[in-house]
Design a protein around this ligand. Structure first.
Ligand code: NAI
Length: 242
């Protein structure tokens, strides 16, 4: 289904990003992974992808919040793979705290990675997409960006921002044959949510359990293939935000 396509997945060394990279590879796409810190984890994902799915996979260390580093990395990926067809902006962080306690840098850091990082990567890939008159952009938002969450004003603002950015990019680039959508996961069992399994919010999920990274990856794969869907926010949340 995605044979011959090149997919760039940010934050692909673990959690949802690793599951997305594997899912897109299972559909035939060649994979470029951007990771922040752990080269070993990123290389392990790439090596598994190459072995299991027989596609190309390379990993690149890059802080998506760094505009110039993002530009250099996208240019390196284009030179290694020839082009980029699918961009999945998955890299994200949390630095939670109640507003009374939250420090300025907690707010700035989360906006820098989650929102500005998404902008940076789209900005650097847009020229490639426009020239080839095709491209699929999928941005990782969160139900927190839709509902808000006490203790996460920084994270909720960043993820609500991702939704506004997604819809604006979708409108701007639709005439060029480029789609832009968001996925809004609920509570997904990854490193980011360690220790939240027994929280009252987790107990209020209508489907009665946390989601898996693979269940989010299915939604990303759908949006990577869907030619007539743009500007949408696909919730993968067990019904928590209906
Ligand atoms: P995770 O913490 O397991 O993985 C995050 C990934 O992003 C890691 O690979 C990390 O290296 C990378 N990353 C972090 N900062 C980076 C930077 N500055 N530059 C490049 N890469 C960076 O998180 P998880 O749970 O897999 O989350 C993935 C995405 O899904 C995030 O955007 C998160 O906000 C979002 N999400 C997760 C939910 C959950 O319940 N786990 C719920 C809703 C949204």
């Amino acid at each position: 289904m995605l044979k011959g396509k090149i997919a760039l997945v940010t934050g692909g060394s673990r959690g949802i990003g690793a599951a997305v990279a594997k899912k897109l590879a299972s559909l035939g796409a060649d994979i470029a992974i951007i990771y922040a810190g752990s080269a070993d984890a990123a290389e392990a994902v790439c090596s598994l992808i190459r072995k299991q799915y027989g596609v190309s996979a390379n990993c690149y260390q890059c802080n998506v919040a760094d505009y110039d580093a993002g530009r250099r990395t996208v240019s390196q990926i284009k030179s290694d793979f020839g082009t980029i067809d699918i961009l999945v902006n998955n890299a994200g962080i949390t630095k939670d705290g109640l507003i009374a306690m939250m420090k300025e840098d907690q707010f700035d850091d989360v906006i820098a990675v989650n929102l500005k990082g998404t902008f940076n990567m789209i900005k650097h890939c847009t020229g490639i997409f426009i020239r080839q008159r095709s491209g699929a952009i999928i941005n990782m938002s969160s139900v927190t960006g839709i509902m808000g969450n006490a203790g996460q004003v920084n994270y909720a603002a960043s993820k609500a921002g991702v939704i506004g950015l997604t819809k604006s990019i979708a409108r701007e680039l639709a005439p060029r044959g480029i789609t832009c959508n968001a996925v809004a996961p609920g509570f997904i069992d990854t490193d980011m949510t360690k220790g939240l399994q027994d929280s009252p919010l987790a107990a209020s999920i209508p489907l009665g359990r946390m989601g898996t990274a693979e269940e989010v990856a299915q939604a990303v794969a759908y949006l990577a293939c869907a030619s007539y869907v743009t500007g949408t926010v696909l919730q993968v949340d067990g019904g928590i935000a209906m």
